[in-house]
Design a protein around this ligand. Structure first.
Ligand code: C2E
Ligand code: CA
Ligand code: CA
Length: 605
């Protein structure tokens, strides 16, 4: 009897301790969650506890036996379905944003966390909580995405990935970056109807995103190349097989695509954001250049070493190019839009004697590495020397050189430039300056002092790549330039809609009111030229008037271009005579005033 009593006490004590354990675990689980779910391999809910009533208007018991995916809002279903497919025993799901179908439409943003317990019939355990997780990194609304896959474009991906790498580092975790590439996409598209091909690309995007760290860090890297940042234990082979399966299913021949992959350790959590973005982009570029084949880099930190070495070598080479003046100048004419007479030339840098190769990549490299000022100075010197030679041959040209917004903040550059200009005193009115990359100007006041310094020395100064954004207005307000060059993008878009044309007209009108002369660039057609003239722009540059050339003689001696006769814009003069706009401009130029007379008394052109 005593034994029985003792054992009964033992059993009830054991049950009591089990109950306490259960309550303890439930309490612990609710520390992190508002709703707990157990889901079996058929996606059916076996257990539910928590605040389902306030979240979705249903008591927890009523959820048992329903399908988990039925709770999820339609737009999140593909991602969550891919996630469920990807959860293997023992894997944990980091917080993923999702919304459920609430009583009155979609719920607010929730976070889904999960765990796949190996020894409970393969069931998955989910915790859902209100709000986004503390570690979630928000992607800006305007982050550029690839329309086909829905994945972030390269730069946005690199920025997000860099942040996630550093976040993981703070948790003591090293993520991995896997890149996948295939050259078979075009062939697959040719074999497959658009609907299936696009659906496969979208599903692949969802699959990569579902397996990416935080359900976000996946990107479109290049044509046919994609990448995602993930947990170190993720079975990459399983993901690539899944992607191949997606394309096989879409392909009527059942062949699908072959994927090349490369995985590197993202062991750069201690780098600054800009450095880690740079090494990420470098790695991605390397992977894409290799076509995904023979890619042997094993970690981002290794790549950092290679990148640093290569950058140092490239930097030394670029400095040498500047110091030894080993580059060429291509000239492009800027013409009066009414008469098409050449007003001046823009000097454009060319490297390796290649007229048709843009220097843009090297110039950007020089800006990013802080050596652009050396180059801008070298270009000014080369142009001045050229002007001197030309003058001695009896040819008086006016040339504009580009100066990066970054150079003008460099006091050594500014002083060296003035020393140089002093040496070439006689050619001051033949040298103009175009300030490029104004976005890189931090201190507008000192930039304006630089501009005024040049003007005092007798040079005209132009603000390049001018647009219609708020920043552009700020620059125009702060920088007292003589000329504004309207960005080619506005010239192109103004042809597309009356709205865009109104923007261009507004820019031209504002400059006109401020007494600033306007140039429009990238003019390729007579229609564009007519539209610009109509909008009140004074001067033009573009392939219509001449592509950059090493030889200015090509433009000076060129026969007059045959152009569509412009619509005569006739104006009545005070004396009753009728004259054309071209005649008005000729009169104004001869009195030293700009094409359209500004409201301000003095023009600086
Ligand atoms: P940018 O100053 O805006 O120069 C105009 C660019 O547009 C030039 O490209 C020119 O060749 C191109 N272009 C001109 N007309 C047309 C056209 O009708 N259609 C099209 N599609 N393109 C046209 P480029 O020579 O490749 O120069 C690219 C950029 O590199 C320049 O843009 C400028 O920002 C920079 N750059 C060039 N030389 C120098 C330099 O000596 N110093 C600095 N700081 N930057 C330079
Ligand atoms: Ca320019
Ligand atoms: Ca420009």
């Amino acid at each position: 009897m005593k034994n029985l009593e003792q054992s009964a006490v033992g059993v009830s004590g054991y049950v009591e301790s089990l109950r306490r354990d259960r309550d303890r675990f439930v309490a612990l689980a609710f520390c992190a969650a508002d709703l707990l779910l157990e889901v079996n391999t058929s996606n059916e809910i076996l257990f539910a506890a928590g605040a389902s009533h306030s979240l979705i208007g249903k008591p927890p018991e009523s959820l048992v036996g329903t399908l988990f995916l039925d709770l999820v809002v339609a737009e999140d279903v593909p991602l969550i379905a891919e996630l469920l497919k990807g959860m293997v025993p023992g894997s944990r799901l980091d917080p993923i944003p999702l919304k459920l179908n609430g009583a009155k439409g979609p719920t607010v943003q929730l976070s889904l966390m999960g765990y796949h317990l190996p020894d409970l019939s393969g069931n998955q355990f989910f915790a859902i909580r209100l709000g986004t997780s503390g570690t979630r990194i928000d992607i800006p609304m305007d982050a550029v995405r690839d329309p086909l896959t829905g994945l972030l474009e390269k730069d946005a991906f690199a920025t997000l990935a860099s942040r996630q790498i550093r976040e993981a580092g703070e948790r003591g975790e090293t993520l991995k970056l896997t890149m996948v590439q295939s050259s078979d996409f075009d062939q697959l598209r040719a074999r497959t109807d658009t609907e299936h091909a696009e659906s496969a690309l979208r599903t692949m995007g969802i699959c990569l995103q579902a397996n990416a760290a935080g359900g976000q860090a996946a990107g479109h890297l290049d044509d046919g190349a994609f990448g995602f940042l993930h947990k170190p234990k993720l079975d990459v082979k399983r993901i690539t097989s899944r992607v191949e399966e997606i394309f096989r299913a879409a392909d009527p021949t059942g062949v699908g695509i072959a994927l090349n992959t490369g995985t590197v350790d993202a062991d750069i959590s201690s780098l600054s954001e800009s450095d880690s973005v740079r090494v990420l982009l470098y790695t991605v570029t390397r992977f894409c250049e290799s076509g995904g084949k023979g890619f042997e880099m094993s970690s981002l930190s290794d790549n950092l070493k290679t990148m640093t070495r290569e950058t140092t070598e490239k930097l030394a080479k670029f400095r040498q190019i500047a110091v030894q003046s080993k580059f060429d100048i291509a000239f492009q004419p800027i013409v009066d839009l009414d008469t098409e007479a050449i007003h001046h030339f823009e000097a454009l840098a060319r490297f390796g004697k290649r007229l048709d190769r843009s220097p843009y990549e090297l110039i950007t490299f020089a800006e990013n590495t802080g050596v652009i000022a050396d180059f801008d100075l070298a270009m000014a010197k080369k142009v001045l020397t050229w002007l001197k030679d030309q003058n001695s041959l009896g040819m008086m040209h006016v040339v504009a050189v580009n100066v990066s917004g970054q150079s003008i903040a460099n006091t050594v550059f500014v002083n060296a430039l003035h020393d140089l200009l002093y040496k070439f005193d006689a050619f001051r009115c033949q040298l103009m300056f175009e300030i490029t990359e104004s976005a890189k100007i931090d201190d507008l006041e000192s930039a304006n002092r630089f501009i005024q310094g040049l003007q005092k020395a007798g040079h005209k100064v132009c603000l390049d790549d001018f647009g219609a954004g708020a920043a552009a207005l700020r620059y125009l307000h702060a920088l007292e330039v003589d000329v504004v060059k309207i960005d080619g993008q506005y010239v192109r878009s103004a042809m597309d809609s009356p709205r865009n044309k109104a923007f261009l007209k507004a820019i031209a009108g504002l400059c006109h009111d401020l007494g600033i002369t306007t140039i429009a660039e990238m003019i390729e057609t007579d229609d564009q030229a007519d539209m610009l003239r109509d909008a009140g722009v004074h001067f033009g540059q573009g392939y219509l008037y001449g592509k950059p050339s090493f030889d200015v003689g090509e433009f000076v001696n060129a026969p007059k271009r045959k152009r569509k006769p412009p619509v005569m814009d006739l104006t009545s003069r005070e004396d009753g005579k009728v004259i054309s706009q071209a005649q008005i401009k000729a009169l104004q130029m001869s009195t030293g005033r700009p094409g359209r007379q500004p409201k301000t008394p003095q023009s600086r052109w």
